[in-house]
Structures are given as structure tokens and as C-alpha cells.
Design a protein around this ligand. Structure first.
Ligand code: UGA
Length: 431
């Protein structure tokens, strides 16, 4: 199958590379020449384990190419995938200008029957808008489809090849057949539905996962007060298959480019039809206040943060990514600075991205986790990178001024902590 993918962000690039890997001929298009140049030189503009290797293999095999000009590949394509960004507007609503611009450009180039599938996360009704834009500009036959993406950053390649389910929203059997053929090698769990439901499945899924996280975080806060252990509670809950064990890790709340954006957007979508989504509003509120649990625990242990050296382990919103969008670090580190602390921060890959978003003379950028901890009054672990999880805690304790450890992700077992002198505080587990 010949495919054009518009947008080379996480979703577009990973999809393009993976569709090439299963034998299709894929052209990835992006408006930003520097990105295309980088890709044409074999470099991946995002940090995503395993992606570069597969990309290079498919470029070599002649199945994958990159261009800024969609008119070079669209006329020959059977399928066009729109995977451009839908950043939030100040109101929380998704900004659809890039989707609409892509639809206009596609309309000017399609030649013969083409399926145009939207992979970007878009509000209900957007595919119909794409359809009417294209129809108003061309007489060529086409069909639109919704193909929401469920991959996670950091495990995007694995997720793309082993999806829990694939959702395809279509309006015609012809479009359904083409998309089913494309996905044949990938999964048995297909949901073929109408376009509006497919669009809604994406928002509802992310909102539900965010709800699980805020729920377990509130349970953790209560566990802290009643002396229960949230890990044990989550384990016991998760064994009920109706609840499920995943996304019950308590901590400092969710971040990233998806959950914060999509929860706000769904609240807004509901508001547009005069529905007050109270539950989701609370989920967002709980997530926000959860950030301050780390600061509260530091204040409880140290009394004041003024002139205290605080190591911050992890700046990315989660491990295995350099992405700091909506990362807890971007709220917690400025708060530390505001309280007069001297943060010594370290992240294996996200420090540059963090520095671009927030910088302050009080911050020191350390070269590794041990350096960040040196002479510190406390450590705050914000991202559960493997190198923090597996670090020799005795060695860390030895270089600190005061061995206090605030574990924002509940990564250390009681046994490991018992072997040290750390004054240890986690989220919803007995100290
Ligand atoms: C999320 C969804 O998991 C994907 O299915 C979806 O495709 C993607 O959004 C998207 O809409 O594009 P992602 O944002 O990459 O993926 O990351 P997750 O692994 O879901 O983690 C999101 C946040 O939740 C992270 O900050 C993580 O630390 C936090 N989290 C996750 C918790 O605090 N507790 C948990 O138990 C799980």
C-alpha cells in the first residue's frame, strides 16, 4: 500500500516507520524543513527507544522517505494519514488549524480514490469537518476515517506493533476494507465503528486512565493519614479483573503531552454541549494538587527550604523520554526556587529540554545522580528512571549532607530503605 503520513511528531513518525516496516511504501511529510533534513540524514528528532534503527532499515530498503512537499506523494497514495499536532487553545479546546490546513492541501493533490484517516486526537465532529473541506475543493473520490492512536511515549514502537486494540471509525465498507488490510498483520482486537464514536473512544480512554491515576493518588493521600500502604491496596484492587492492575501507581500525578491536554479538551467538549463533566474536573484538580505533596513532605522534614540544597532526580514527565511537556518537574523545581532552595537537578536525557522551558541561577545541573545528591539536604525523586531505581543507596547516602529521600514515584522497597539511614518518605506508604 502507498501511504502518505502528514506530521512527523511522535504519532506520525512512529506510525510511518511502523507501516513501512510491515511492507508498505511510506512518505512522511512535515512543514518544518529542519526536521525533514534531520530525518533525511538518518536522525530521529525525538528520543524513542528502537525507532532510529527501524527507520534506517526502511529508508535503506526504499520503503520510507521524508519530504516537505506533500504533492509529491499524495496523488499516488491509497491512504493519507493526518498526524499533525492539536495543541490546546487557551480555552482548553484543541486547536484544529493544522488539521484544517492539511485537509486543504490534501484536497488540492489527491488523484483517484483515496482514504484520508485522521490519527491526531481530535474532538468529535472533526472528521466531518475534514470531509467537508476536502469535498469543497475537489471532485476526486475519497473517504475519511478516524484512526486514533494509543501508543505511549517511550514504548511507542512496542505499542505500535502490539496494540491492545485498534479502533477504526469509518463511513463506508470500502474505507473499512482498506484499513483492515493495512492492519492485518498487527492485531486481532479490532473495533470498527462509526467515526464519531472512534473520536470519542480516544478521549474517553485517556480521561479514564487519568481518572485511575487521580483516584489512586487520593487513596495514597488517605493511606498516608491512616497508616495504610497504597502499594498493597493497589495490588489487592488490581487483582479484580474489572479494575485491572495497571495505572494504579500512586505518585506526583500524570504529565506529558496527552493526559493534561485531552482531559481539558474533553471537559471543554462536554461544556460545548452544556454538559458539566464534574468527575473529570476533579481528576484535573487532584492531579494539580498532587504536585505539592513533594513540597509538603520536604517542608515537614526540613522545616524550611531556604538555602537548602535539594537534589531533583528526573525532569522528564516519565522515564525513557526526553519530553518535559506538563512534567511535574516544571512545577516542582520553580516552587523549590520560590521557597529559596538550591535545586541540584539531573535527568539522563531531558535536562536540555527542561532548561529551555525553565531556568534560574539557583539551579545547578549535575552530570549524574550521585553528583546531584552531593552535599544535599534532601533528594526528591520525580521520574522513575532505571538508573535511580537501581542506584546504590548506601553510596548516595554517603555523599549527602542530610540523608532525606522523598520518593515521588514509590520506587524503593521497605527492605532497601531499611538497610540505609535515609529518612524516607514516599506517596501513601508508611515511612
Ligand atoms: C498516554 C496513553 O497511555 C496512551 O495510550 C496514549 O496514546 C497517549 O497518552 C496519547 O494520547 O498520545 P503517554 O502520555 O505517552 O501515553 O504516557 P503514559 O505512560 O500513559 O503516562 C502518562 C502519565 O501518567 C505519566 O506522567 C506517568 O508518570 C503517569 N502515570 C502513569 C502515573 O502517575 N501512574 C500510573 O500508574 C501510570
Amino acid at each position: 500500500m502507498k501511504i502518505t503520513v502528514i506530521g512527523t511528531g511522535y504519532v506520525g513518525l512512529v506510525s510511518g516507520v511502523c507501516f513501512a516496516e510491515i511492507g508498505n511504501t511510506v512518505t512522511c511529510v512535515d512543514k518544518i524543513p529542519a526536521k525533514i533534513e534531520m530525518l533525511n540524514h538518518g536522525n530521529v528528532p525525538i528520543y524513542e527507544p528502537g525507532l532510529q534503527e527501524i527507520m534506517l532499515r526502511n529508508v535503506e530498503a526504499g520503503r520510507l522517505s521524508f519530504t516537505t512537499d506533500l504533492s509529491s506523494s499524495v496523488p499516488e497514495s491509497d491512504l493519507i494519514i493526518i498526524a499533525v499536532g492539536t495543541p490546546p487553545l487557551p480555552s482548553g479546546e484543541a486547536d484544529l488549524q493544522y488539521i484544517e490546513a492539511a485537509a486543504r492541501e490534501i484536497a488540492l493533490s489527491i488523484d483517484g480514490y483515496t482514504v484520508v484517516a485522521v490519527k491526531s486526537t481530535v474532538p468529535v465532529g472533526t472528521n466531518e469537518r475534514v470531509n467537508s473541506i476536502i469535498a469543497s475543493l475537489t471532485d476526486q473520490p475519497f473517504a475519511t476515517a478516524s484512526m486514533p492512536e494509543f501508543l505511549r511515549e517511550g514504548s511507542a514502537v512496542k505499542d505500535a506493533f502490539n496494540p491492545d486494540r485498534l479502533v477504526i471509525g469509518v463511513e463506508s465498507q470500502q474505507a473499512a476494507d482498506l484499513l483492515l488490510e493495512l492492519h492485518t498483520p498487527l492485531t486481532e482486537n479490532l473495533v470498527v465503528t462509526d467515526i464519531r464514536s472512534a473520536e470519542m473512544i480516544k478521549y474517553a480512554s485517556n480521561a479514564f486512565l487519568a481518572t485511575k491515576i487521580s483516584f489512586i493518588n487520593e487513596i495514597a493521600n488517605i493511606c498516608d493519614k491512616v497508616g495504610a500502604d497504597v502499594d498493597q491496596v493497589a495490588r489487592g484492587m488490581g487483582m479484580d479483573r474489572r479494575i485491572g492492575a495497571s495505572f494504579l501507581n500512586a505518585g506526583i500525578g500524570y504529565g506529558g503531552s496527552c493526559f493534561p491536554k485531552d482531559t481539558h479538551a474533553l471537559i471543554q467538549i462536554a461544556g460545548n454541549v452544556e454538559y458539566d463533566f464534574k468527575l473529570l474536573k476533579s481528576v484535573v484538580e487532584v492531579n494539580q494538587s498532587q504536585r505539592w505533596a513533594v513540597i509538603d513532605k520536604l517542608l515537614d522534614s526540613l522545616g524550611t527550604l531556604k538555602d537548602k540544597k535539594i537534589a531533583v532526580w528526573g525532569l522528564a514527565f516519565k522515564p525513557d523520554t526526553d519530553d518535559v511537556r506538563e512534567a511535574p518537574s516544571l512545577e516542582i523545581v520553580p516552587k523549590l526556587v520560590e521557597f529559596g532552595a538550591l535545586p541540584q537537578v539531573f535527568d539522563p536525557v531531558a535536562a536540555d529540554n527542561f532548561r529551555r522551558e525553565y531556568n534560574h541561577p539557583a539551579i545547578t545541573y549535575a552530570s549524574d545522580a550521585l553528583e546531584a545528591a552531593r552535599d544535599c539536604d534532601a533528594i526528591c525523586l520525580l521520574t522513575e528512571w532505571g538508573e535511580f531505581v537501581n542506584i546504590d543507596l548506601a553510596e548516595v547516602e554517603a555523599v549527602m549532607h542530610n540523608p532525606i529521600l522523598i520518593d515521588g514515584r514509590n520506587v524503593y522497597s521497605a527492605d532497601r530503605i531499611k538497610a540505609t539511614r535515609f529518612d524516607y518518605h514516599s506517596m501513601g506508604r508508611p515511612s
